[in-house]
Design a protein around this ligand. Structure first.
Ligand SMILES: Cc1cc2nc3c(=O)[nH]c(=O)nc-3n(C[C@H](O)[C@H](O)[C@H](O)COP(=O)(O)OP(=O)(O)OC[C@H]3O[C@@H](n4cnc5c(N)ncnc54)[C@H](O)[C@@H]3O)c2cc1C
Length: 163
């Protein structure tokens, strides 16, 4: 736990559990990552996260799926993986309801853009399921990748919000 306190001698400080105070002017923090209480209470979670079949995202309850950060797939907890998992579940439901076609399994692959400054963006392509070990390929930063990253954002905003 970290508490932010105003102290007489240090100004603002981040105070750790053991009482150590770290002076700071600006504190950027991310809360401890955990599944929301409603997921914990569902009975689906084990050790804080929902175990799933990593390819189908199906939980221990038949016909119940978990996608995104709450699920344990063996991939990092990232938006790009949540999107890929959602696509796989949608394809599975379409095949099930339509009674035809093969569902597309979750590929466990995705890309992460890396801002380098100066208008340059790099990209790391990672693949967790194809081989015996996860692999990652780094693409050197460039202006082309910056344009690609912007297009990535535009395409998601358009799909989700229509603008
Ligand atoms: C600082 C930061 C930077 C990141 N950068 C990247 C990045 O560059 N690329 C990337 O791919 N990923 C990134 N991620 C990870 C990405 O944000 C998550 O993996 C992604 O948001 C997970 O999506 P999700 O839908 O599973 O969960 P969330 O986005 O957390 O959505 C869960 C939603 O459920 C809501 N909720 C909780 N409890 C209830 C309830 N009882 N009733 C109703 N609603 C409830 C929450 O309010 C929340 O809106 C980043 C994460 C952080 C913290």
């Amino acid at each position: 736990m970290i508490a932010i306190e105003a102290t007489e001698t240090l100004g603002s400080a981040a105070v750790l559990d053991d009482g150590t105070a770290l002076p700071c002017d600006l504190f950027l923090g991310i809360p401890k990552h955990c599944a929301p209480p409603v997921v914990e209470a569902s009975g689906l979670a084990e050790n804080g996260w929902i175990p799933v079949n990593p390819r189908t995202l199906e939980t221990k309850c038949s016909g119940v799926y978990a996608i995104g950060d709450v699920s344990n797939t063996g991939t990092p907890k990232g938006g790009v993986f949540a999107e890929g998992a959602a696509r796989a579940v949608a394809s599975s439901l379409i095949a099930r309801i339509g009674g035809a076609g093969q569902p597309e399994p979750f590929a466990g692959a995705g890309s992460c853009y890396v801002e380098m400054g100066g208008g340059q963006v790099g990209r790391v392509d990672v693949d967790f399921f194809s081989g015996p070990k996860p692999t990652g390929v780094f693409h050197e930063a460039s202006a082309d990748l910056r344009a690609e990253k912007e297009q990535f954002g535009v395409s998601r905003r358009r799909r989700w919000f229509g603008s």
